[in-house]
Design a protein around this ligand. Structure first.
Ligand SMILES: Cc1cc2nc3c(=O)[nH]c(=O)nc-3n(C[C@H](O)[C@H](O)[C@H](O)COP(=O)(O)O)c2cc1C
Length: 306
């Protein structure tokens, strides 16, 4: 299966509000979808499987058929104890699109496809992309250098190009996308959609603490540090938080799903933090990105014509 054009038509912008541990909750997702942007959230942000059930019910009650789709994110690493139970709930609620992360999507593909649900997988290397394509994914989220949270280290120009050469499905560019101009740039590169995380942390609907959101406003890309010491995987974190953290460093490669859920107060941000200037509500942020996107399109057309 591929992503249906009807689904994409429900978008006001080619954009996904990226899933973020401790950040993306019900209100953020609903606001994103109401404003024409795919709203994603890790299923583990709902504190229990029953709560996930309630979240999904509320989302479907409050979002009409014309709203942008939700895209729950499932951590498919074998240490995720809720994997099967969360998957069952997503299927029971008839979710149209899921995004898998931290591991191969292969074990969950059949269940989702049998339920008519498209699967996007996030990948950080070409090798991971090849494996996900072989597993039959409908889309790939390319984690590039400087993305917030668990990041990739590939250059976006090179990564999108290399994947486009081998994949006809949807490509989502992730990392460094802070405004409407960057969303357009992702499309020019050959991506179908852009992924934006850090900008949505600094919104009124986000679950992030006030201190964390204020830290984003005062930070720039120079304040972002790459480290595997917190989750065991390379991640972008604010140096200010890292320098003051009390938890012991974790060895590189030693990832466990509960390392994500047990550090809800961690301050992560991508290089795109340089684009965070204030803490608007989600509707205002999306209206701003739409305006920048339209202006960048018009400017690009004019400069190509001259
Ligand atoms: C605080 C934070 C938490 C994140 N948690 C998750 C997560 O639970 N699952 C996931 O797939 N990606 C997670 N990510 C990665 C984002 O989905 C996305 O790839 C990233 O934010 C894109 O880069 P940007 O922040 O520069 O826009 C997280 C990112 C941040 C900043």
């Amino acid at each position: 299966m591929t992503v249906s054009p009807a689904l994409l038509k429900r978008l006001a912008l080619p954009l996904i509000a990226a899933p973020m541990t401790g950040v993306s909750g019900e209100d953020l997702v609903i606001a994103a979808c109401r404003n024409g942007v795919v709203g994603s959230f890790p299923t583990h942000n709902a504190p229990s499987v029953d709560e996930l059930d309630r979240w999904l019910g509320r989302m479907s009650d409050e979002l009409g058929a014309d709203a942008a789709p939700i895209a729950p994110n499932l951590v498919v690493h074998p240490t995720n104890k809720r994997l099967d139970a969360d998957l069952d709930r997503l299927v029971a609620h008839g979710v149209e699109l899921v995004i898998t992360s931290v591991g191969s999507p292969a074990p969950v593909m059949d269940r989702f496809h049998a339920a008519g649900c498209a699967v996007f997988a996030d990948v950080a290397t070409l090798r991971q992309a090849q494996k996900a394509i072989a597993a039959g994914v409908d889309g790939l989220v390319l984690l590039t250098a400087g993305a917030g949270g668990q990041t990739g280290q590939a250059n976006p120009f090179a990564f999108v190009r290399a994947v486009r050469e081998i994949f006809d499905g949807a490509i989502v560019a992730a990392g460094g996308i802070a405004d409407g101009r960057a969303v357009l740039a992702a499309q020019v590169l050959g991506a179908d959609l852009a992924y934006m995380g850090t900008q949505f942390i600094a919104t009124r609907e986000s679950l992030a603490s006030r201190e964390y959101r204020d830290a984003l406003v005062r930070s720039t890309m120079d304040d972002v540090r790459l480290t595997s010491e917190v989750s065991g995987l390379p991640a972008s974190l604010l140096a200010e938080w890292l320098d003051n953290r009390e938890s012991a460093p974790v060895s590189a490669g030693d990832f466990r799903e509960d390392r994500l859920t047990s550090s809800p107060d961690l301050w992560s941000a991508g290089h795109s933090v340089s684009g965070v200037r204030d803490i608007p509500d989600v509707a205002t942020l999306i209206a701003r990105i739409s305006g920048q996107y339209a202006a960048a399109k018009a400017e690009t057309r004019a400069s190509l014509a001259s």
